[in-house]
Design a protein around this ligand. Sequence first.
Ligand code: ADP
Length: 173
Amino acid sequence: MNFSVVTGDITRLHADAIVNAANNSLLGGGGVDGAIHRAAGPGLLAECRTLGGCRTGECKMTDAYNLPCKKVIHTVGPVWHGGNRNEAELLASCYRGAMELACRNGFGSIAFPCISTGVYGYPARAAAEIAVGTVYDYIKKHESGINVTFCCFKQSDAEIYNSLLDRISVKTV
Ligand code: ADP
C-alpha cells in the first residue's frame, strides 16, 4: 500500500484525481473549494453547473481544466452537528465513493483534503480516523494498487495523519 501525507495546497498536486470538499450546489465556495475553482479557471464552474448539485456523502467527477491533476472528484462532506446526525457514515461515504470512482476509472493516484474539517466543523482527529480507516479498508478489500495522498493544509492535520498511518505501518514516504 502506498500512502503519503503532504502539507500544502492540493491544487498543486499532479495526481490523477484530486478530491474537492465541495458544497451541495457544486457551484464553488470558500476553503479548498474556492482554491480549486480559482486554480482550475471558469471551465470548471461551467461544467459543475451542468451536474445538478451533489448530495451529502456522494461524489461527482469533472475535468480538471487548468489544474495539473487529470480529474477532480467533488464530494460533499457532512456539516458537524455534534456527532449524532450520521456525520461519521456520511464522511466515510465521501472517502469510499471517491475511491470507487478513482478505481473504476483506473487511476493510479488520488489526493484527498481533510474533508469537512474547515467551515463544516468536523473535529480534525475524528475526521482523520475515518479518512484513514475508510481508505485503508477499501484498498485492502479491493486489493487496489492506487497511491493515496492525504493533503493537509495545516501542519497539525499532517501530524495527526502521520501518527495514524504510522500506527498501521502503511506509509511509504
Ligand atoms: P469543508 O466545508 O468540507 O469543511 P473547507 O474547505 O472549509 O471544507 O476545509 C476542508 C479542509 O481543507 C480544511 O482542513 C482546510 O484547512 C483545508 N484546505 C483549505 N484550503 C486548502 C487547499 N488549498 N489545499 C488543501 N487543503 C485546503
